[in-house]
Ligand binder design. Structure first.
Ligand SMILES: NC(=O)c1ccc[n+]([C@@H]2O[C@H](COP(=O)([O-])OP(=O)(O)OC[C@H]3O[C@@H](n4cnc5c(N)ncnc54)[C@H](O)[C@@H]3O)[C@@H](O)[C@H]2O)c1
Length: 396
């Protein structure tokens, strides 16, 4: 990447304190290419936690803040050569948009975890405000950083499967098969609380990943859905399981299943897509393999690595020679690497290669439509389209 990374890109972080899950994954991913430096944070709800987390990370005390608003205000007052350049948001969902809004108002780029927020209205209003700034917004749909996901997108984009007909995507997990929230488990309590998780539980948490994977691989959008949501644990206030029948805009139909009560299951995200001339299959837990099944001949196995047959975008996301497994952290790091490059290149809006505000709005529209469908006896429901462009037109 040459000269543009002579100066590392300076990152701040909200959330990800001692005891948290994904913040540490973000830090490892951001650090992997040596182009990003964590310079400040408000890592937890208590200053004690932030101080302990910051000390363990070697961040000077004066860059550790009691709240996200203190951090954003104080960092904005610092010398531009030294202040953070972008803010990673790894808190529970209800804080994503309030933090992102304040960040862009003060001129900071934002890398937010998913889902983008807790309602479609909140996220579309944010999209409007973002459009009036020079800030970048990235959404860490981690799976869109995998090389073989890009390979699948390229195969479909080239038309090798023909017109698409059928899509099956499933994301079963087992970690909420018990009532963990009753025991106060940190990750479970906010995920089952509508005020902090948003309008959906399991679908917001992992169904949103499955939705983004379908739209990314196919280059098409889910336009109509019929949803069935369940809560299997007594007293649980949000869905912990569900199934969605869907129709894509260009005519394919499919099924999306997401569940967090499949006892014993890990992170078994899997997708199969079939067209008139063949299909393909990808499993997150075996991410370096993509199976293509042409109707006219034997199956092809695409492997991550130095395979010359890989699409250029897929190859650009492989870091090691073939046969050396790479996975989740590297996929996450690919998003951070592209985001850092976009900052140094002076881009605004969406960073090339990173899910952005368009995907944020689409993800919330999907969640809103599925909750509505479930409430209305699972009837077919339009997924509202309100792209950033349309939002702009409405203002004219
Ligand atoms: N991209 C992925 O694959 C992926 C995976 C897991 C989680 N996530 C998302 O990441 C986010 C965090 O999930 P998690 O599992 O790490 O949750 P968590 O409960 O483990 O961590 C949340 C952190 O936010 C902190 N926090 C809460 N309020 C705060 C405030 N006002 N100021 C500063 N810090 C505050 C908590 O103290 C904690 O450190 C969620 O939005 C979740 O959906 C994404």
């Amino acid at each position: 990447m040459g000269d543009i990374f002579q100066q590392k890109v300076r990152m701040g972080m909200i959330g990800g304190g001692e005891g948290a899950f994904i913040g540490n994954v973000h830090r490892m991913a951001a650090a992997l290419d040596g182009r990003i430096e964590l310079v400040c944070g408000a890592f937890g709800q208590s200053m004690d936690n932030t101080l302990r987390t910051g000390a363990a990370l070697g961040i000077p005390k004066q860059r550790l803040y009691a709240s996200y608003s203190d951090l954003i205000r104080d960092e904005a007052r610092r010398d531009p050569a030294d202040r953070m350049e972008f803010l990673a948001i790894v808190t529970p969902n209800h804080l994503h948009i309030p933090i992102a809004e304040m960040a862009i108002v003060h001129g900071f780029h934002v890398m937010s975890d998913k889902p983008a927020g807790i309602s479609l209205a909140e996220v579309t209003a944010f999209a409007d405000r973002l459009a009036g700034t020079d800030c970048l917004y990235g959404l860490t749909h981690t799976y869109l950083g995998y090389p073989m996901v890009w390979q699948a997108r390229a195969i479909i984009g080239e038309g090798r499967l023909g017109r698409l007909r059928k899509i099956y995507v499933e994301y079963p997990q087992g970690w909420l098969a018990e009532n963990l929230e009753a025991g106060g488990a940190k990750q479970a309590t906010w995920r089952t609380d509508p005020a902090r998780a948003g309008l959906s539980g399991c679908m917001g948490d992992i169904g949103s990943h499955a939705h983004s994977l379908v739209e990314f691989m196919t280059g098409d959008r889910m336009s109509q859905i019929a949803a069935f949501l369940n809560a299997h644990i007594d007293g649980r206030r949000l869905d912990d399981d569900g199934a969605v029948q869907f129709r894509m805009e260009k005519g394919a139909t499919g099924t999306l299943i997401a569940s967090q009560v499949c006892a014993g299951e890990e992170n078994a995200l899997k997708i199969r897509i079939y067209g008139e001339e063949g299909g393909l299959e990808w499993h997150q837990m075996e991410p370096n393999t993509l199976i293509e099944r042409p109707a006219s001949g034997p199956a092809l196995i695409h492997r991550a690595g130095t395979d010359k047959a890989l699409d250029a975008e897929a190859l650009a996301r492989c870091r090691l020679p073939s046969g050396h497994p790479e996975g989740y952290l590297e996929a996450f790091a690919n998003l951070y690497r592209d985001f850092a490059a976009a900052i140094r290149a002076g881009q605004s809006g969406a960073a090339k290669g990173v899910p952005g505000i368009k995907e944020a709005v689409a993800g919330m529209a999907f969640l809103e439509a599925l909750v509505q469908s479930n409430r209305n006896d699972n009837c077919w429901t339009e997924v509202p389209v309100r792209s950033v462009d349309e939002a702009k037109k409405e203002k004219i």
